[in-house]
Design a protein around this ligand. Structure first.
Ligand code: ADP
Length: 384
């Protein structure tokens, strides 16, 4: 059963749906509880950051397996998560919290740059900005404050603080994994081949299997398992971002959910399972054996070139005709507004490729991207 905020079932008529209001958690938990009386559930799966707490509370009410509310909350609060990971000696950047109600100069006289400044409770890299000196920090902080002011659902506490942390240079990877009673199965490690040095951190290429040496992949496994233990996460999907440099593996972010957007499509396993099947099997208490395929796969999250109204996207057929390209999927319709980072956070679209070798998959994605031209019109907003 799918519980969603939409008025109509998000699947077609034959599937049942439950309409809930994410703002009213108590009532949503009640509705799920009553639905379970009609048709019992074996598990409850939150699909994204905003539904994790509700899924956990509903599972508690129904006596179903769940992570602790505290551990799930940590995955939604970067500041509390950093403090927890520090206590457990997981390798994380040096950090401090900035109070937006106190002068930044007072709080930052001894900061060593470059740093990254970010809100403590947004996702998809929104509001994450690299700063190289104090004046950039001041500008970034006021930009993030404006982003937070436009977010309706945030607590006052979260609006008043920012996280400032040491910029970690190095190669970045994303990790997709599932926890089984604290035991971590890494499903895949995605290499991000383009350098991500800021000032904003737009996701672009994800390639799998990773080209990192086996020993580093083992370190990533150990660090991520230690980080999950520190949070108290025991079960279910985990999505993490790490950086690797000569000082080791650094944990940047951990979420108790699967990868966002359509990227999960890249995970088709030798056993014939896709990511959703693995997650559903986990909820049923089954640990499926993953036997990795030899083939390589990749996705490009198409970068948003500039702010404006999307007029049209040219070259889609040419992109699709590039060998090894499997699909080009545009998510934003013509006429809608494009908002680049750090304010925006939507995915414009995805290009998928599959092949024998990772290098040819990467090349195909780059060629397909070169075929695409995104045409925008300027957007004028009238302030009343
Ligand atoms: P979100 O949860 O919104 O995606 P993250 O904290 O994961 O925010 O940051 C988004 C991206 O910004 C990371 O994937 C990474 O590329 C970059 N980033 C964040 N913090 C750091 C850091 N301390 N050093 C280097 N890059 C960082």
């Amino acid at each position: 059963m799918i519980a969603s905020q939409g008025q109509y079932s998000i699947v077609s008529e034959y599937a049942q749906g439950l309409q809930i209001d994410f703002e009213d958690l108590d009532r949503a938990v009640d509705l799920i509880f009553h639905a379970a009386a009609q048709q019992p559930f074996v598990g409850i799966i939150g699909t994204d950051d905003s539904t994790m707490v509700l899924a956990t509370r509903a599972a508690i009410r129904l006596g179903l397996p769940h992570n602790s509310v505290e551990s799930v909350n940590l995955t939604r609060r970067k500041d509390l998560a950093r403090i927890r990971l520090l206590q457990h000696e997981v390798n994380i950047p040096e950090f401090r919290l900035l109070d937006l109600n106190v002068s930044l100069a007072e709080q930052c006289h001894d900061v060593v740059y470059p740093c990254v400044v970010k809100p403590v409770s947004l996702s998809a890299s929104r509001g994450v900005i690299r700063v190289n000196d104090f004046s950039e920090l001041q500008q970034a902080a006021s930009r993030i404050e404006k982003i937070l002011a436009r977010e309706e659902r945030l607590d006052a506490e979260v609006r008043a603080i920012l996280l400032l942390e040491q910029f970690i240079p190095g190669q970045e990877v994303a990790v997709e994994a599932i926890l089984y009673s604290g035991d971590l199965d890494i499903l895949t490690i995605f290499d991000k081949p383009d350098p991500m040095n800021g000032p904003f951190f737009e996701e672009t290429y994800y390639l799998t299997p990773s080209r990192l040496p086996e020993a580093i992949q083992q370190q990533i496994h150990q660090q991520l398992e230690a980080a999950c233990r520190a949070y108290g996460l025991l079960d279910g999907p985990v999505h993490a971002e790490c950086r690797i440099n000569k000082e080791g593996v650094w944990m940047l972010e951990i979420a108790a959910r699967t990868i966002g957007g359509l990227c999960g499509q890249l995970l088709r396993f030798g056993t014939g399972y896709n990511l959703e099947e693995l997650v559903l099997a986990h909820a049923r208490g089954q640990r499926l054996d993953i036997c990795r395929q030899d083939e390589a796969a990749g996705v490009l999250m198409i970068p948003t070139p500039e702010a404006g109204l999307l007029k049209r996207i040219e070259g889609l057929l040419a992109a699709l005709a590039v060998p090894l390209i499997e699909d080009v999927n545009i998510q934003i319709r013509e006429g809608y507004e494009l908002v680049p980072l750090p304010e925006g956070g939507q995915y414009l679209g995805f290009i998928f490729a599959r092949g024998e070798h990772i290098a040819e998959v990467e090349q195909a994605l780059r060629e397909a991207h070169a075929c695409i031209k995104i045409v925008t019109a300027p957007l004028w907003k009238i302030k009343l």
